[in-house]
Ligand binder design. Structure first.
Ligand code: TRP
Length: 329
């Protein structure tokens, strides 16, 4: 069976956009592929997070992915720092990663601009760490967004280079993966393009009903249409886009008609939208509450995940070390 690997940032709460944009595909993917999902806590160190927040961040992300439907019996879910084979492979791969190419990476240049006081070597070698994440399982496929395509391209380059240098056909060149239907893009509530992390623009999976109602109520609207069948401004179109995802076709048609006849009442639209978002997210929210303080469950999941991941990782590392000429006395 082909392996799919995805790294998950260890900061930030999941919002509707994450769920419909990627997570729902992960949940389907685990039925058809051997999936590795891991929380990239080492990667987060490049921006020097507060040590007191590290564990909580990992725990949040883990909890939310499990609550949304990542199933540890189907996929291997683990924390990056629980698998010491990854940093070891990173060290080895760094010997074949060059300053010129690393410093030209778009993400490095952007970070160097944003944090000029902290242009550390971890930031420079971020693509090597990501390559180690992927190559440690010799993964076939990696679901990545636009912003990560260059990193995946570099992973392929590192794999090719290793094979050429040591005259082996060892590493596979991982492919970008678009699973299932096209990913849905969930717009923000503030009329801006995408739902992002910023408050006010976004509904988190962990938000309670009151918070969701408040956020939807605050969404940008106007005085309403005055010409029948007119084109909707972006911020109204956005509300309809979300409605199409969380509501029934009948509900959508109802409000489309109201729009077209200029009878639309945004208060009604928002009430319905909030209600349907709450219906879609509340089972996940309930599971989040269930899981987040279940120490024993989280400990079991991460322990078993790391054990499974380390079997595949140790095999790769053993073979790589042998190829590179390491031998035991
Ligand atoms: N860099 C990815 C991001 O910012 C996270 C990540 C780390 C990752 N290692 C990975 C993604 C390996 C895919 C494969 O989203």
């Amino acid at each position: 069976m082909e392996t799919v690997l995805s790294g998950i940032r260890s900061t930030g709460n999941l919002h509707l956009g994450n769920y419909y944009g990627a997570l729902r595909n992960f949940i389907k993917m685990q039925e058809e592929y051997q999936c590795f999902f891991f929380i990239a806590d080492y990667h987060s160190l490049t921006t020097h997070p507060n040590p007191h927040e590290m564990h909580g961040n990992v725990r949040n992300v883990l909890t939310e992915y499990l609550a949304a439907g990542i199933d540890p019996d189907k996929a291997t879910i683990y924390v990056q720092s629980d698998v010491p084979e990854i940093p070891e492979l990173y060290l080895l791969l760094n010997m074949h990663a060059y300053l010129g190419e690393l410093s030209k990476t778009a993400s490095f240049k952007e970070k160097a601009r944003k944090q000029p006081e902290n242009v550390n070597a971890g930031l420079l070698t971020y693509p090597t760490l990501m390559a180690a994440d992927i190559l440690i399982h010799n993964a076939h496929k990696v679901p990545v967004g636009k912003d990560q395509e260059q990193h995946l391209e570099m992973t392929r380059k590192f794999a090719r280079r290793f094979n050429n240098f040591y005259q082996v056909e060892y590493f596979r060149e991982p492919a970008a993966f678009n699973f299932g239907e096209d990913l849905l893009k969930i717009p923000g509530l503030d009329g801006s393009g995408k739902m992002g992390k910023s408050e006010g623009n976004c509904v988190f999976l962990a938000d309670d009903a009151k918070t969701i109602e408040k956020k939807v109520k605050r969404a940008l609207t106007d005085a309403g249409p005055t010409t029948p069948n007119s084109t909707k401004p972006d911020y109204i179109e956005n509300l309809f886009t979300i409605l199409k995802v969380v509501s029934t076709p009948e509900v959508v048609t109802h409000f489309e008609e109201k729009w077209n006849t200029c009878d639309i009442r945004y208060g009604d639209l928002k009430k319905q939208l909030a209600e349907d978002i709450i219906r879609a997210t509340s089972p996940i929210r309930e599971r989040i509450i269930d899981i987040q303080n279940n120490e024993a469950y989280l400990a079991k999941v991460t322990k078993e995940g790391a054990e499974k991941a380390r079997i595949s990782a140790a095999k790769t590392l053993r073979e790589v070390r042998e190829i590179m000429g390491f031998k035991k006395f």
